[in-house]
Design a protein around this ligand. Sequence first.
Ligand code: CAA
Length: 260
Amino acid sequence: MSYETLLVEQRGAVTLIQLNRPQALNALSSTVMKELIDAFAKFEADDSQGAAVLTGAGEKAFAAGADIGEMADKPATEFFAQAFFDGWQKGIASVVRKPWIAAVNGFALGGGCELAMMADMIIASEKAKFGQPEIKLGVAPGMGGTQRLTRAIGKAKAMDLCLTGRMMDAVEAEKSGLVARILPAEGFVDAVVAIATEIAGMPRLAALLNKEMVNVAFETTLEQGLLYERRTWGILAATEDKAEGMKAFVEKRPAVWKGK
Ligand code: CAA
């Protein structure tokens, strides 16, 4: 299926999704949200696909935020009646079980930074810039910024970014714990797809459950999280891939994964 605001392609076992409104710095309109929900649902349903990469088309931006043009004249009651931002959480962040990476190639501001933080991992190009500048528009983050950014980089820096609206470069973002790795701008997307390909080549159930287990750490106490980890480990211990992985190690040969 072709989209108005996205480019989607499969590179082997990796789905590469590009936000494709470069003339508006890939601003996140309602159409982008609806199409992304659809693209992620198709990725999720396709057994040939093991990981996804989300990036922005054009040289400048991952996404420069929610679409200000769309929001400027919208009455407050309509944001509420339409549950304007709900789809990001309900259609993407809480439903995608397979691993996906945000490849931040430029500006990730406002909703762009918030969308990147919904990913399992952010990989930044050396040109990436992150920020929550909503205060300068008289509002605040509305797609998770105050919550996810604070959990990712702590109160001091989250307050700094939200209250001043300033941008943080890739080096500061990596030092702060927002970004997993910084890669050169040259060949950036291909390099992230290579990392996603490595992840897609892992035993599938182990990938799903490693992701789920790390995410549980944000939702619960240490004691409950550790219990969750031990119980979930038990599920993995019952898989054919566990038997194969350990046997292959002992026999000093590559494992052949079945995804069950
Ligand atoms: N929404 C709609 N259009 C946007 C946009 C956005 N968030 N960000 C940029 N654009 C458009 C610009 O209007 C401009 O369009 P025109 O050529 O038609 O005028 C085009 O993209 C290029 O932008 P600039 O000319 O501004 O490019 P620049 O290089 O001079 O500046 C920038 C780049 C600093 C990122 C600047 O574009 C900017 O500040 N953008 C807005 C960032 C922002 O405030 N984001 C938060 C949005 S609110 C939000 O996201 C709410 C939420 O939490 C859910």
